[in-house]
Design a protein around this ligand. Structure first.
Ligand SMILES: Cc1ncc(COP(=O)(O)O)c(C=O)c1O
Length: 381
């Protein structure tokens, strides 16, 4: 029997409707033409498919389709936002603000910029993983050109008050970049209401394919970014490279479904989470970030006295992760958990469980029972 997959924060399977759409743009019978080919009808038709996908992605975040720049995923979107904006605004200042528990795509871009001479302030989150508007305002300087914060933390599920921070930043010229990879499809995102300048998106967290994403780049007021990838001038010069019609059509379909199903998905994830937690009632655990507003699909739990890796080995039929997948090769405790003040030992005893559209409530309950049994067994002297 296949393991129960509770690692949807690392990646989600493609919705079957997404995979079906993607197949239309690959084979000789399909619309495989280069969407930049202007010399024949097939190229024009492929371009229309790409533009429809652009509208579908824009619609989920209430943006103008012309504000969507295709990328290879949220990692590239974050790189393009930070490095692209920093280089474009370098003449106005060299100070950047972010937080200590961002995704590595943001933190490593910030470190890179520090080597280029930029100065980076890393805000410290509270014990739940939240960055507060006052902290951002206090850190602002006359030479601050960019603030970059995530909407939902990928290890904790904690939600940052992005609308409030964006509102407070209105009186300062710095651009505001938000990594929404874990927020899209989980929270309502409205770029007409929330004055964010740059927003990173990924398809594979929203039941779309891996290897494709987008960066929202506001047009009014215009956010400027210098491209990182040159050649051909695609995406209005911001990101060159032949557009992958099948990937984009898949992302578009995934975002369309996410918009239609947001409240249904939310209720389902909540039901999975409740069933899982109910099964954990017999045991003691710590819910990291549990006092904050959190998305319903993700639980980061600490099991005092048991190493997360040991617990995972005791649960071979459960696909979950200790810390973020990007760091799974190292045995260091999660920097996100230690970043919110959790001890090294406690961090190493933590496991992230994340539910998805295709998790069955009964599976979540069964997984919870397995965890409770394994924890009880491992705690028995
Ligand atoms: C918050 C956050 N940002 C960025 C990324 C990177 O996204 P991608 O895998 O599309 O490059 C992820 C996923 O790992 C994420 O959770």
């Amino acid at each position: 029997m296949a393991p129960i997959y509770l690692d949807n924060a690392a990646t989600t399977p493609c919705d079957p409707a997404v995979a079906e759409v993607m197949m239309e743009y690959l084979t000789p019978e399909g619309l495989f033409a280069n969407p930049a080919s202007r010399s024949h009808l097939l190229g024009w038709q492929a371009e229309q498919v790409v533009e429809q996908a652009r509208r579908q992605v824009a619609d989920l975040i209430k943006a103008n389709p012309r504000e969507i720049v295709w990328t290879s995923g949220a990692t590239e979107s974050d790189n393009l936002a930070l490095i692209g904006a920093a280089r474009a605004y370098r003449h106005q200042g060299q100070h950047i603000i972010t937080s200590a528990i961002e995704h590595k795509a943001v933190l490593d871009s910030a470190h890179w910029l520090a080597q280029e001479g930029f100065e980076v302030t890393y805000l410290q989150p509270d014990a739940q993983g939240v960055i507060h508007p006052e902290q951002v305002i206090e850190a602002l300087r006359d030479d601050t050109i960019l603030v970059s914060l995530m909407w939902v933390n990928n290890e904790l599920g904690t939600i940052n008050p992005i609308p409030a921070i964006a509102e407070r930043l209105q009186s300062h010229p710095a651009l505001f970049h938000v990594d929404a990879a874990q927020a899209a499809g989980k929270l309502p995102i409205d770029m007409q209401q929330v004055p964010v300048d740059l927003l990173s998106l990924s398809a594979h967290k929203v039941y779309g394919p891996k290897g494709v994403g987008a960066l929202f780049v506001r047009r009014e007021p215009q956010a400027l970014i210098e491209p990182l990838i040159h050649g051909g001038g695609h995406e209005r010069g911001m990101r060159s490279g032949t557009l992958a019609t099948h990937q984009l059509a898949g992302m578009g379909k995934a975002f369309e479904i996410a918009a239609q199903r947001m409240s249904q998905d939310h209720d389902h994830l909540q039901a999975c989470r409740d069933a899982f937690l109910k099964a954990l009632e017999p045991i003691e655990y710590i819910h990291h970030g549990g006092q904050a507003h959190q998305v319903p699909n993700l639980l980061n739990l600490g099991f005092t006295g048991i190493e997360g890796e040991t617990l995972l080995m005791a649960l071979p039929d459960l696909a979950v992760s200790t810390g973020s997948a990007c760091n799974s090769a190292s045995v260091d405790p999660s920097f996100v958990l230690t970043g919110i003040g959790i001890s090294r030992e406690q961090a190493l005893s933590s496991v992230r469980f994340s539910f998805g559209r295709f998790t069955e409530v009964e599976e979540a309950s069964r997984a919870g029972q397995w965890v409770a049994e394994a924890v009880t067994r491992l705690r028995t002297p």
